[in-house]
Ligand binder design. Structure first.
Ligand code: TRP
Length: 340
C-alpha cells in the first residue's frame, strides 16, 4: 500500500485542545495544562496546542464573551508555562483546514456512531433548546483537529476517550478507503490520582458549571477566595488525614495537596499524623496559592501586553497552517477533487 504518512517527522507529535468556554478550574490545570507543560519540557515530542473556538459555538455564545474567553485562555496557557514561542499555540478558527477536513470526515462518519457519543447525549440534555447539527458532528471536527497534524498522542481526560476512539476509527476507515493518509493516534490519559473532585461533593468532578461556587477553584480566583473555598471544603466527622471509605472529601484535598507539592499520599498521611483538619486545610490552601499566585501574576502581565499575545497567536497560526495544509491537500487529492 502507498505510504503517504510523513516519514520525515522525527519527534512524535502531540496535539490537544481546550474549549474557550469560560474560566479554567484547578481541575483543568491539574488534569490538562500542567501535563502539557511537563510534556513540552521533556522535549521528546513536538506539540501543537489549540484553543478550540470552533467547538465552542456548538453551544450559544455571546460574541464578546467568546472573544474574552479566547484571549484569557491564550494568556493562561502561557502563564501556566507553555512555551508559545517555541511551539505553536493557536486558535482553531485561524486554520481553515479544520473545517475543510471536518466536512470530509462528516461524510465518512455514520449517524449511528455520532448518536452513541455520551457527550452529545449529555449536552443535548443540558441545551435542549439548541440541539444543533454542529453539536452532533462535533466529534468529527475533533477528529479533524487531530488527524490534520498527524498526531501520535492526544492528551485528554477520560471524558474525551470516546471521541478519540471515533478518531481512530475514522482514520482507519479513511486509510482503508483511500490508502494510507492519517497517522492513527493514541490517547494519552494522565496518571490516576490527578482527577480533582468538587470541594462540596467529592463524588462529582470539579466543574465550573456547578451552581455552587464553593465547589470549584478557578485559576483566576482571588487568593483570599481560594483560601476560603478550601477552608469550607467538606470533609467528614473524623479527624484523620488519610484515605478510605467515607473519607472522599479528605482524600480529594490530599490529591490536591499531592498535585501541588508532588508528595505521595503516604507522605501526606505521615505529615499530618496527630494534626487536625484545620492545620491540614491551611497547608492545602497554602500549596494551592503557591502554585496559582505566580500564574496569576504572569497572566496579569500578559493581559497588559495584547501586542505580544497577538504576535504569539499569529505565529502559532502560521506554523499550524503550514502543517495542516499539507494534510488537507493530500486528502482533497485522494478523495478525487481537482486541484485548484
Ligand atoms: N473536545 C475537547 C473538550 O471538550 C476539546 C478538543 C477539541 C480537543 N478538539 C480537540 C481535545 C482535539 C483534544 C484534541 O475537552
Amino acid at each position: 500500500m502507498e505510504n503517504n504518512i510523513e516519514s520525515t517527522q522525527s519527534k512524535k507529535r502531540i496535539l490537544s485542545g481546550i474549549q474557550p468556554s469560560g474560566a479554567l478550574t484547578l481541575g483543568n490545570y491539574v488534569g490538562a495544562l500542567r501535563n502539557w507543560v511537563q510534556l513540552q519540557k521533556e522535549d521528546i515530542y513536538e506539540s501543537y496546542y489549540m484553543i478550540a473556538d470552533l467547538h465552542a459555538i456548538t453551544v450559544r455564545q455571546e460574541p464578546k464573551d467568546l472573544r474574552k474567553n479566547c484571549m484569557d485562555l491564550l494568556a493562561l496557557f502561557i502563564a501556566c508555562g507553555l512555551d508559545a514561542e517555541k511551539e505553536p499555540v493557536f486558535f482553531q478558527s485561524h486554520v481553515p483546514a479544520h473545517t475543510q477536513l471536518g466536512w470530509v470526515l462528516d461524510c465518512n462518519t455514520y449517524m449511528g456512531e455520532l448518536s452513541r457519543m455520551t457527550q452529545f447525549k449529555d449536552k443535548s440534555r443540558k441545551h435542549a433548546d439548541n440541539i444543533n447539527a454542529g453539536l452532533f458532528t462535533y466529534p468529527s471536527l475533533m477528529a479533524a483537529d487531530i488527524l490534520l497534524y498527524q498526531a501520535d498522542l492526544v492528551p485528554v481526560g477520560k471524558d474525551q476517550k470516546q471521541h478519540l476512539e471515533l478518531t481512530r476509527d475514522l482514520a482507519n476507515r479513511f486509510n482503508n478507503a483511500y490508502s494510507d493518509t492519517f497517522k492513527v493516534p493514541e490517547p494519552y490519559i494522565p496518571k490516576i490520582g490527578a482527577k480533582i473532585m468538587s470541594l462540596q461533593d467529592p463524588m462529582q468532578k470539579m466543574s465550573k458549571s456547578d451552581p455552587n461556587e464553593n465547589s470549584f477553584i478557578l485559576l483566576l480566583d482571588p487568593i483570599d477566595t481560594i483560601v476560603k473555598k478550601i477552608k469550607r471544603a467538606v470533609t467528614d466527622s473524623g479527624s484523620e488525614v488519610c484515605c478510605g471509605e467515607g473519607k472522599e472529601g479528605v482524600e480529594n484535598l490530599m490529591s490536591i495537596y499531592s498535585a501541588m507539592t508532588n508528595k505521595t499520599m503516604d507522605e501526606i498521611t505521615a505529615e499530618f499524623e496527630g494534626k487536625g483538619y484545620g492545620d491540614f486545610k491551611s497547608a492545602v490552601a497554602e500549596s494551592v496559592v503557591d502554585v496559582l499566585k505566580p500564574i496569576q501574576e504572569r497572566y496579569a502581565d500578559l493581559m497588559k501586553n495584547k501586542d505580544y499575545l497577538e504576535s504569539v497567536y499569529k505565529m502559532g497560526a502560521e506554523k499550524a497552517n503550514y502543517t495542516a495544509r499539507k494534510t488537507i491537500s493530500k486528502v482533497y487529492r485522494k478523495v478525487g477533487f481537482i486541484q485548484p
